[in-house]
Design a protein around this ligand. Sequence first.
Ligand code: ADP
Ligand code: GLC
Length: 483
Amino acid sequence: MNGTRVLSVASEIFPLIKTGGLADVAGALPGALAAENISVRTLVPGYPAITHALDHASAVYDFPDLFGGRARLLAAQARGLDLFVLDAPHLYDRPGNPYLDPNGKDWADNAFRYAALAKVAAELARGLLDVYRPAILHLHDWQAGLAPVYLHFAEGPRPRTVMTIHNLAYQGQFSADLLPKLGLPAQAYGVDGIEYYGTISYLKGGLQFADRITTVSPTYADEICTPEFGMGLDGLLRRRLSSLCGILNGIDEAEWNPASDPHLAGHYGRNNPDGRVLNRFELQQRLGLDLDPDAMLLGVVSRLTWQKGLDMLQAALPPLMGQGFQLALLGAGDQQLESGFSELVRRHPGRIAAVIGYDEGLAHLIQAGCDALVVPSRFEPCGLTQLYALRYGAVPVVARVGGLADTVIDANEMALANGSATGLQFAPVTTERLSGALRRARILHRDKSAWKTLQSNGMATDVSWRRPARRYASLYRDATAQR
Ligand code: ADP
Ligand code: GLC
């Protein structure tokens, strides 16, 4: 290994374990940074999905008692990723979703499960292993948020720390009574520490004590400094404004390549986009939709939560059904949203299909087969599905918030005239404006050449990790140069 060493800390990583975009980022960024001469190793929890996938694992450290049980640190590789795996069966040897128990509730000991991850990250950063000294500790989301807190209250030299916010809505909030059990001093609990409205917030701790803060788009970086999007942390973020920046996510272009994607029925690229038609047909057939060549097939691939605004799609669609729309939705999450979509399927057979569950292959096929991908999020730190859509020639119809605002160029009069449009945006984020955008999309879709231009512009957009990786590289350089 050579180049600058970065220890990244993430609670999920593609292709080993994934619940959302964080896994995609944690999995793809190391490869992109290698091109910048930065070598990343990622510390991850030893869930079964990870421990069962390891090649060449060796135990490099033993913790006789890590939050109530014995744990080992493994140095390992899996699917091309360099990892440290925290093998702590009492905390992580549980199948399924990393954060939720089989009843869909947060694991009762999540405070300790992720304090352990952060504690070990902090120890590694302080030189736990003679042979491994990172120059940067890069922490992702609340699950890693306590690491800068542990470092702040520890003695001795430490590397620079970067805290990345993928979603401010998840903060890792726990009872203040836990403080002594976390091994933190009483003074950690204060408004300028990890105290958050009478509780402990792991993310707040990270934001308080990390040297640099990033989030995953420039617009979201601005938004989170306002009370409307700041989730109670906007004051802190405004105070730390000079250390905060937004760096857009990229996508893994090998994993998401319509010219070679193994999940597709037909391969295609920007020069032969007609190959999409096979995927459209396959998608309609597989989901039991009418094989209607004239329909406008909308796609959705999403967690079903309030954030994603899909209740607005449920309200907007029925009055539009006379206009030839179809919907192929893949998602899982809130019970009420799931049953709302199941009800729409019953009422509009052949026109609306909803697969409730998680299916990586189908997610790819939807991107390759739908005409337009709908992302009506109320807030969206970056969003990856609209980036996949751009690459796959599915025209994104998105709310003008966060990373969606930064990555899609609306087909307004000017953008249509100068040929720069890549999709449609709507604001404010209401059912009415979403309906308006869908109607506008329908009109454009009937104009075959206008639609082709949108698709082709989208497919020409640079959504790779190259630019973001250069920005992270320069951020790391700045942070290490800073005294
Ligand atoms: P978030 O991280 O907020 O969920 P992103 O758009 O950043 O949103 O990333 C979502 C990732 O998860 C994408 O890779 C998307 O394809 C994937 N995804 C979401 N829901 C599903 C699902 N039900 N099945 C398969 N993949 C999904
Ligand atoms: C979060 C956000 C999403 C972002 C992803 C990866 O889950 O909700 O917008 O794309 O993290 O950064």
